[in-house]
Design a protein around this ligand. Structure first.
Ligand code: CU
Length: 374
């Protein structure tokens, strides 16, 4: 069961909800798979709240897997509530089958687009959803109030092995076999401005996103307002959120919203089929062809850098200006020798190894004793 209580304790959603398995059909022509979900929804339910709200989420695990729910992937600060953060074996034991837990945390001085996802193994590949935190009552956005808002969640597995498909709000779109009728769509009114809350819920993949013939104005990154930055495309790393404004100011037609990979590493196999959704004007017909979005080439570093370098905080930020000590930090993702007893399943990195992240060449090795008890 997942109950969301907010707005000073009012119960916002009391439906019986649960993590369970549902069938995901026709993701690819040859794939039929059971996937873990919450409430049978994919993506999962949205948590709506306001700045400074206390959020109470009760999770009952009816799946066969151990699981936790992580609500701070991108920056819910969890002040004095780290036990509700959700990283398994770090701040809590996993919720076992049939058990439940109640997460309680406050959104102190925080607003914007966040997301939650599952931890333990790669359950977050399908167990994820948005958290939308509105400004307090009477406080407006620092930009033109949009005609409508839409949540757009990009998702994919990660190398290795390559993802079976990219998805937009759970749909792979017409470029994938048997998915011609499974396309996410936003119907738009000509002349109106839309706020899109983009979330990259991918496991490992960085994604470019673009809408054919339309410009995107970034107004928020990772739940912090930015100076408006208008661009033809954006790039989101895994776990990142971007709020963008799009005005439907082009001729009536059906335009594609597309995601593709941003993959700068060499010699790594990855999925490279664009996933498409529709940004469709009222008045366009169902038979209209969609105008294709121009995504950068997968290794276009300049396209990614140009957008990131242009971002500026809307509000002044106080940072320390006197430096006491310089630190040199390198971050890497490498291939290690794989010791698994099940190599076909676990040792799929190059040369039969296993991928491992490192900081200054030191990787995290899971200890034999629980960190919670250490
Ligand atoms: Cu997480």
């Amino acid at each position: 069961m997942l109950r969301v209580i907010h707005h000073n304790g009012e119960v916002a959603d009391q439906q019986d909800t649960m993590i369970s398995r549902c069938k995901l059909l026709a993701l690819l022509s040859y794939v039929t798979a059971d996937i873990p979900t919450i409430n049978g929804m994919y993506p999962g339910p949205v948590v709506y709240a306001q700045e400074d709200d206390k959020v109470i989420v009760r999770v009952t695990n009816e799946s066969p897997y151990n699981i936790t729910i992580h609500c701070s992937q991108n920056f819910i600060r969890q002040r004095l509530s780290c036990w509700s953060d959700g990283p398994s074996y770090i701040t809590q034991c996993p919720i076992q089958t049939g058990q439940n837990i109640t997460y309680v945390f406050s959104l102190v001085q925080q607003k914007g687009t966040f997301f939650w996802h599952a931890h333990v193994s790669w359950l977050q590949a399908t167990v994820y959803g948005a958290i939308v935190v509105y400004p307090k009552k009477g406080v407006s956005y620092p930009f033109k109030f949009p005609y409508e808002e839409h949540i757009i969640i990009l998702a994919s597995g990660g190398s290795p092995p390559p993802a079976d498909a990219f998805t937009i709000n759970g749909q792979p779109g017409p470029n994938y076999n048997c998915s011609a009728n499974d396309i996410y769509k936003i119907d738009v009114v000509p002349g109106k401005t839309y706020l899109l809350r983009l979330i990259n819920a991918a496991l490992n993949q960085e994604h470019f996103f673009a809408i054919a013939n339309h410009r995107l104005t970034i107004v928020e990154v990772d739940a912090e307002y930015t100076k408006p930055l208008t661009t033809d495309r954006v790039m989101l790393g895994p776990g990142q959120t971007l709020n963008i404004l799009v005005t439907a100011d082009k001729p009536i037609a059906r335009y594609s919203m597309a995601i593709g990979p941003y993959q700068s590493a060499k010699n790594v196999s990855f999925q490279n089929i664009t996933s498409i959704a529709y940004f469709q004007y009222f008045g366009a017909t169902a038979n209209d062809l969609s105008l294709p979005a121009a995504l950068p080439h997968f290794d276009d570093n300049l396209a990614a850098k140009t957008v990131m370098d242009g971002l500026r905080s809307l509000n002044p930020v106080t940072v320390p200006k006197e430096i006491d000590r310089n630190l040199f930090v390198t971050i890497g993702l490498n291939v290690q020798k794989c010791w698994s007893k099940n190599p076909p399943k676990d040792c799929q990195a190059k040369g039969g190894g296993v991928m491992a992240a490192s900081m200054n060449n030191i990787s995290f090795i899971k200890p034999n004793t629980s960190i919670l008890e250490a």
